[in-house]
Design a protein around this ligand. Structure first.
Ligand SMILES: [Zn+2]
Ligand SMILES: [Zn+2]
Length: 290
């Protein structure tokens, strides 16, 4: 029995977007809890969770995305790195399997400055992991998380500020404020505020293909697709986060635009449709050819 597999090998998934390739790299999963959820009865959250047949306590998938334009290698967020909290930590293994080294990354595009998105910018000794990269950070994120901690923050938000300060101290010299919506050719920023002050999605367009990386619109898909009013404890503005979620879900359900999300189950790409009072996620179907 010793030859049975004990580890997953599929750490990467490629998706062609016109002339570009978008690769999902699984980093980790985080252990969630029903108490994280707000604006939904816990009994209803448990019912939706149980219907999904997912493991309990509820797990939150953590993906990272890499966009290869041919000329540029753009990493979209960086997973947890050494700032803790996840099970896995496979980002660098995944990059290697996909044929890249950290030095190949010329741009890191940050969606928001939460530890599970920026922690991987540094190693255990606070050295820069992607030392050749320009790190583009939405201006409102860099200013908020790089500034003084507000006095009324929760313990969870205090830890987020501490992680943000650690990362910014280590690699702040590589960071640039990202203003406006034009990011790079084929990439536009889509402000999706609420989860954090300047939480930003990125729309990638090439030829007739398009995908919206909506990042942290959903943390618990089994609950927040059918019940998009449900918020999570680490939203900085829960009411705005719920309003943004409902608006973008309605938009992409109507437009049929493909979406990708850092907390959607690997490979985290697919479509959204209306379903009753809420929505449902339809995962992309694997294809051997890229
Ligand atoms: Zn977040
Ligand atoms: Zn996140």
């Amino acid at each position: 029995m010793t030859n049975q597999p004990t580890q997953q090998t599929a750490n990467v998934h490629h998706l062609r977007i016109g002339d570009l390739v978008l690769t999902t790299l699984i980093d980790a999963y985080m252990e969630g809890a029903f108490q994280l959820l707000q604006n939904i009865d816990e009994s209803e959250a448990r019912r939706l969770h149980q219907e999904s047949r997912r493991p309990t306590p509820p797990r939150i998938t953590l993906n990272v995305y890499l966009l290869d334009t041919g000329n540029q290698k753009i990493l979209i967020d960086t997973g947890f790195g050494p700032v803790g909290g996840g099970t896995g930590g496979r980002l660098l293994d995944g990059l290697k399997i996909a044929g890249y080294t950290p030095d190949d990354i010329d741009t890191v595009l940050i969606t928001h400055v939460h530890p599970d998105h920026v922690g991987g910018l540094i190693d255990d000794d606070d050295r820069s992991v992607f030392s050749n990269a320009t790190i583009l950070v939405p201006a409102g994120e860099l200013d908020y998380w790089g500034g003084d901690m507000p006095e009324d923050v929760s313990d969870a938000q205090k830890r987020q500020f501490e992680a943000a300060h650690r990362v910014i101290k280590a690699v702040g010299s590589q960071m640039q404020h990202l203003e406006g919506t034009e990011v790079l050719p084929g990439i536009t920023r889509v402000p999706l505020p609420g989860h954090t002050p300047d939480h930003s999605g990125y729309r990638i367009t090439s030829g007739n293909d398009q995908v919206l990386i909506w990042t942290d619109i959903v943390h618990l898909p089994q609950i927040q697709f059918p019940y998009p009013d449900a918020t999570v404890a680490f939203d900085t503005d829960p009411a705005q986060a719920a309003a943004t979620r409902k608006q973008i879900m309605a938009e992409v359900a109507q437009s049929r635009e493909m979406i990708a999300g850092h907390h959607l189950d690997f490979p985290g790409v697919g479509y959204v449709i209306e379903d009753g009072d809420g929505y449902r996620f339809l995962p992309h179907v694997w294809d051997p050819a890229v």
